[in-house]
Design a protein around this ligand. Structure first.
Ligand SMILES: [Zn+2]
Length: 240
């Protein structure tokens, strides 16, 4: 275990009241949420298309039945609890040390752990809206339904508030994230290998000298980080 690195991170956290956290899929996988991108032998028996195709805007429009079959199975088909990383981040916010959590995950686990300022770059499966009248539906409505969910008020199609492939990010959320990163004292990036947009681009806005990368495997940006802590993020945060 990276004991020396953990001690240094601990010290930076103790000294700071302006921490920002940026998290990727690795934060959620430790809560038992499978990465929907993982394709195994069984996958091909169940789906004729790769996950990135099914979760695209075009596919959602053209084959909504198939989209929702995948969506219920791979994105909302399980119960998950916040892990040590989610809990510690919520605690730091409560203690006035952490300003914001920026996440690429869509499972709402940061809020479930008690975090308030959460910028969800890719939206959330917990929010769903009728495309015609805007009526809200929670995740249970989608999970328990069958086929394409339909609004009980107007009959319109219900769409998850999730950014699909081909769709743009919410510009307000994105620019708020940039502001937090620009002004951060300590920037901790966890559970992402930092190769995919927008993570790779956002990191460049950071101007401080305490850039921390926490990941199981080496990332594309280890060379520019001020501190690299290698390991499972839940386990590491449990020691902070
Ligand atoms: Zn409606």
């Amino acid at each position: 275990m990276a004991k020396k690195e953990i001690e240094r991170l601990k010290q930076w956290i103790e000294e700071s009241d302006n921490i920002v956290f940026f998290g990727g899929a690795g934060v959620s996988t430790e809560s038992g949420i499978p990465d929907f991108r993982s394709v195994d032998g069984l996958y091909h028996q169940k789906y004729d298309y790769p996950p990135e195709t099914i979760l695209s805007h075009t596919f959602y429009r053209n084959k909504p039945e198939e989209f929702y079959r995948f969506y219920r199975d791979k994105l909302i088909g399980f119960e998950a609890e916040p892990n040590q990383a989610h809990k510690k981040l919520a605690q730091w916010e409560q203690d006035g040390k952490l300003k914001a959590v920026i996440t690429q995950n869509i499972d709402g686990l940061h809020q479930a752990a008690g975090s308030r300022k959460v910028l969800e770059l890719h939206g959330s499966t917990l929010r769903n809206y009728c495309e015609h009248c805007g009526k809200f539906f929670d995740v249970e409505d989608i999970r328990n339904g069958e086929g394409v969910p339909v609004c009980d008020a107007c009959g319109g199609p219900v769409k998850p508030d999730v950014v699909l492939y081909e769709e743009g990010l919410d510009q307000d959320v994105l620019s708020e994230a940039v502001q937090f990163i620009k002004n951060a004292d300590v920037l901790i990036i966890g559970g992402t290998s930092l190769v995919v947009y927008p993570a790779a681009g956002l990191i460049d806005y950071y101007r401080g000298n305490k850039l921390v990368l926490v990941n199981k495997t080496p990332t594309a940006r280890d060379g520019v980080a001020d501190l690299v802590v290698q390991g499972a993020i839940g386990e590491i945060f449990g020691q902070l």
